[in-house]
Design a protein around this ligand. Structure first.
Ligand code: RIB
Length: 317
């Protein structure tokens, strides 16, 4: 089997998106925009983002035999993702209910559907795919034991592991130790540190979160901080990586684009800090368009540092 830069093991969702002026309180009803359906899911998003940048990428996932599954299959194939590992299930495709506010921030509830049926046995059957990868990238919208099986399979085959624990869950020690890097946002960082009863959970400084997470066992850590960029932590210390400034339209899936770009550059042999410097530019461009997969830039767009639309020029801070 030809080597892949990146094999993603993760979710595929139809994103049902409504724009709102503000989110409702408990017991309250608000009116929003017309409903828009986008291809999404953290796993499919990463695979599409990497392929759009030029990576050879494959996805191991489960979708349903329904219209949402067709939407996802079309998006993946359109981006050039190898879908031989995308299994079709008898349950509905996963769905994400998303509200986006005027600042571009989102809130997401996922109904896992077929994602919940991706099993450790599916991973074992896909071992040749994972063994052919330079990097395997995972998130946690699939069962934890399936993700753990994929990490262990990657380790057994000498493949680098990138893990975004989203939504956060307690990770087995060997899974955490394999992460190179563990990629977390602020919410995930605090959650994992609290679960580890680490004092840095309530620390004001993201620098302390990064150091605290690194001490918990992974080989390296990346903390994403939105418009404040990212922090890279490894044996050499903690390094800030600034991000270009952009007009945010919709932040949905920007973290997935960041992680995919990071994983792809690591697969090409770049140092973690250099890969993160590239990835923040990809993540920044992803927030300038609505949706997840449809918002991801090509390598040419990243190199230009801008979109065709006016008002979205990326400026280094
Ligand atoms: O990270 C963004 C993604 O989270 C969305 O595409 C949605 O499907 C949820 O999985």
């Amino acid at each position: 089997m030809d080597p892949y830069d990146l094999v993603v093991v993760g979710s595929a969702n139809a994103d049902l998106v409504v724009a709102v002026e503000r989110r409702p309180e408990a017991g309250e009803t608000v009116l929003g925009s017309d409903l828009v359906t986008h291809p999404g899911g953290k796993g499919a998003n990463q695979a599409v983002a990497a392929a759009r940048l030029g990576a050879s990428a494959a996805l191991l996932a489960r979708i349903g035999a329904d219209g949402h599954g067709d939407l996802l299959a079309d998006s993946l194939r359109g981006a050039g993702v190898d879908t031989s590992g995308v299994l079709v299930d008898g349950t509905p495709t996963g769905v994400a209910l998303i509200t986006v506010d005027p600042s571009g921030n989102n809130s997401i509830v996922v109904s896992p559907g077929a994602n919940a049926r991706l099993t450790p046995q599916d991973v074992r059957q896909a071992e040749p795919l994972l063994a052919a990868a330079r990097v395997v990238s995972l998130q946690l919208e699939i069962p934890l034991d399936t993700a753990a099986e994929a990490v262990r399979t990657a380790v057994r085959n000498g493949t680098r592991v990138v893990l975004n624990p989203s939504p956060p869950a307690p990770l087995p020690a060997d899974v955490l130790a394999a992460c190179d890097p563990l990629v977390v946002n602020e919410h995930e960082a605090r959650h994992l540190l609290r679960a580890a009863e680490h004092g840095a959970a309530d620390a004001a400084s993201p620098h302390e979160w990064a150091a605290g997470l690194l001490a918990a066992g992974p080989r390296s850590v990346v903390v994403t901080l939105g418009e404040r960029g990212a922090l890279v932590a490894d044996a050499d210390g903690v390094l800030p990586v600034p991000t270009p400034r952009v007009e945010a339209v919709d932040t949905t899936g920007a973290g997935d684009a960041f992680t995919a770009a990071l994983a792809w550059r690591l697969a090409r042999g770049e140092a973690l800090a250099d890969a993160a410097r590239f990835a923040v530019r990809v993540g920044a461009l992803a927030v300038t368009r609505p949706g997840a997969q449809e918002s991801y830039p090509t390598l040419e767009e990243v190199d230009q540092g801008r979109r065709a639309e006016p008002g979205t020029e990326a400026v280094e801070r």
